[in-house]
Design a protein around this ligand. Structure first.
Ligand code: NFS
Ligand code: SF4
Length: 675
């Protein structure tokens, strides 16, 4: 089956490997004006950041880059050299395709474990809250609790809020460690009928998250699975475990802290205030960061007594996204520029939990008046301050941390502060529920139809979901911004999560005032129509690109996909929906990407995952996956070319669906599903 109507578009990236890292020794690898200002100020002053280390690592090892380096057993590392002779295989005889497949499958397993372990922590918090053991948390969103219970088939009848919460929490825990052969409940509850059949037919249903991850680590152990097709397709089970963990994380976080609604905030380093106690929350888990945000108000007087004008909290990475979505806390910056926030000299304290925290923040903090606080037993940094975060005393832990920030602020007097004055207005908080409420302004009965009408009338080209990280293989934020610019101009409706959403937020793509500047005519008209239909509720207006949350909140985007497919009356591989991780970096990006592919979505990755060492594996993920699941990877490092390919994938789907709809109408028959 062709992927694009334009057959000139190839499966291969348009840029050869050696030319991908442009100007490799130049450390000014960003398009973010705040980051550039910061890098320029401290250039050649001995403060080393990820930008310097990236340059120092160039050129990177080609074996590792292409995925043909194996370190799975300690006979290794084995590198695949050439195509013939003893050197062309690992010592055990593993072929290049086996090595590449095992490596990528293990990346997906790492990502799934990170997402879902974060989810597990939150589930335990809900369980203990429901049992009355955690005084500092409560069920904030009872409606969501009831919705989730109904979605996963738990009756709420006659149950108190806490009884129901306990049952939901136990059901979630069961998805982690279920011992029967039943598939994960959070997965089956949130996919289309078509996907259920597909996953069943292909035997890739995870029965429990932990089992799926353990199974993949076993399968890729030395001397187990050597068949690359089997390994890659079994890795999709892990990606579905990842889906399950993400959905659990989002659902339970909403129950504990509230389902996000549109809120107004700001983004980029300019949100920091020289005269305030600046606290940056960084990481992923909202259990602590949300409590810090909630108690900061009570501590304002203490901050003022220390000579500050108040407390300013801002966020980095997905913890930042969580508190932005629920409490309108501004974004300081995203992944690649995390050290730069410390270099403002105004960051009194950075509190981190898990994931995407560069260990280097401690070394950078030493040159400035910044206290780094780690909080999790499994995530410490040598030399930094550790406050063991204790859910039993969440408020007390949060207060201790804020007090440390105030103490650090007192020592800041007389030291240089340099905050690049760049920031943009942001309207965020678009949970799936609030998106449907907004679409409901145009079509109360079937909200998603409001969007589908635009697509079917040819006014919008479809939907593009942006997710994932920064990766300095590309210029910081450049891929995100180039591709989103092209999507918007071409009338593609954009939803975003993670550091991708933060790149857009910093650059103004989430400012309602920029709709006419950034969007094509039809998209702008649609957004204004939505604003008009919701004007009583939405005083702030609607942005060009819609921020749907943190990376676990890709589950919200999956809900979008499911409801779009159900409303259109087709399965997910037929809807005009594409995804992109323009600057993917982490293992989580690999598991998210493969989950999208499994769910039938063309998924672009703009930084190269290590698969080029095996043409066979490359072909599986970019082509064969499509024949089986309808989704596939588009690996393209050039953002202009990537935009073309994404638009072509949307065009192909809309065209195909249109053809079949027309036929069905002409012959008054049912819409064919066999394409
Ligand atoms: Ni996602 Fe969000 Fe950012 Fe990448 Fe890291 S913070 S969980 S992994 S770097 S988007
Ligand atoms: Fe080498 Fe095989 Fe061991 Fe991998 S598993 S390191 S290819 S001997």
């Amino acid at each position: 089956m062709p992927r694009f109507r334009d057959t000139d578009l190839s499966l291969s990236p348009s840029v050869p490997r050696k030319e991908r890292v442009k100007d490799p020794k130049n450390i000014m690898r960003s398009v973010d004006p705040a980051a550039l200002e910061m890098l320029a100020k401290y250039k050649d002053q001995g403060i080393i950041t990820g930008f310097d280390r990236y340059a120092a690592q160039q050129p990177q090892c080609a074996f590792g880059y292409e995925g043909v380096c194996c370190r799975i057993c300690i006979q290794g590392p084995c590198r695949v050299k050439g195509t013939e002779g003893p050197g062309s295989k690992g010592i055990c005889g593993a072929h290049g395709y086996t090595i590449v497949a095992r490596n990528i499958a293990r990346l997906a397993a790492g990502g799934a474990s990170a997402h879902s372990d974060h989810g597990r922590e939150i589930v335990y918090a809900l369980l203990h809250t429901a049992k009355g053991e955690l005084a500092d948390y409560s069920v904030k969103d009872e409606k969501k609790l009831r919705r989730v219970a109904a979605n996963i088939g738990i009756s709420a009848e006659g149950k108190s809020v806490n009884e129901l919460a306990e049952e939901v929490a136990l059901a979630a825990l069961n998805d982690f460690g279920n011992i029967t052969s039943e598939p994960c409940r959070w997965l089956t509850s949130y996919i289309t009928e078509g996907r259920k059949k597909k996953f069943d037919d292909c035997n890739i249903y995870p029965t429990s998250i932990d089992r799926a991850v353990v199974g993949m680590l076993h399968e890729t152990h030395m001397g187990v699975d050597a068949d690359p097709v089997n390994i890659v397709f079994n890795a999709l089970r892990v990606s579905l475990a990842d889906f399950t963990g993400m959905h659990i994380s989002t659902d339970i976080s909403d129950i504990l802290f509230g389902t996000p609604e549109p809120c107004v905030s700001e983004a980029n380093l300019g949100v920091m205030k020289a005269d305030k106690v600046n606290i940056i929350v960084h990481g992923h888990n909202p259990l602590l960061s949300q409590t810090v945000v909630d108690v900061a108000n009570e501590m304002e007087e203490e901050a003022k007594a220390a000579g500050a004008a108040g407390i300013q909290i801002s966020g980095i990475c997905c913890t930042g996204n969580e508190v932005l979505m629920r409490s309108g806390i501004p974004i300081a910056t995203n992944f690649s520029s995390q050290e730069l926030a410390i270099m403002t000299g105004a960051c009194d304290l950075m509190v981190v939990d898990v994931q995407c925290i560069m260990p280097s923040i401690r070394a950078v903090a030493e040159c400035f008046n910044t206290t780094i606080v780690t909080t999790m037993a499994n995530s410490k940094i040598p030399g930094s301050h550790h406050v063991a975060f204790d859910e039993d005393h969440a408020v007390a832990s949060a207060k201790e941390i804020i007090r440390l920030a105030i103490d650090t602020f007192k020592e800041r007097k007389g030291k240089e502060v340099f905050i690049p004055q760049h920031k943009n207005k942001v309207v965020a908080g678009f949970s799936f529920e609030s998106m449907m409420e907004i679409f409901g302004g145009l079509n109360a009965e079937v909200p998603m139809q409001a969007l589908i009408d635009e697509i079917e009338a040819g006014r919008l080209k479809g939907v593009a979901m942006f997710c994932g990280c920064n990766n300095l293989e590309s210029i910081h934020d450049q891929n995100h911004l180039t591709i989103v610019g092209n999507m918007l101009k071409n009338d593609v409706f954009v939803i975003a999560t993670g550091c991708s959403a933060q790149a857009m937020a910093k650059a103004g793509y989430m400012d309602p005032a920029k709709v006419d500047e950034f969007c094509g005519e039809n998209l702008a008209a649609f957004i204004h129509k939505l604003e008009e239909a919701n004007k009583d509720k939405l005083s702030a207006g609607l942005p060009p690109a819609f921020h749907m949350g943190s990376c676990v909140d890709n589950s919200r985007c999956h809900d979008f996909i499911r409801v779009m497919a159900d409303t259109m009356g087709v399965d997910t591989p037929k809807i005009p929906f594409v995804a992109t991780a323009p600057e993917a970096m982490s293992e989580k990006a690999i598991s998210i990407g493969s989950g999208l592919v499994t769910n039938g979505i063309p998924t672009h990755v703009g930084t190269m995952p290590p698969v080029e060492g095996s043409p066979l594996v490359y072909d599986i993920v970019c082509r064969i996956a499509s024949d089986v699941y309808g989704g596939y990877l588009i690996l393209e490092t050039d953002p202009e070319k990537a935009s073309e390919k994404l638009l072509a994938a949307l065009e192909y789907r809309t065209w195909k669906l249109g053809v079949h709809k027309a036929v069905a109408e002409r012959y008054e028959s049912a819409l064919t599903k066999n394409y």
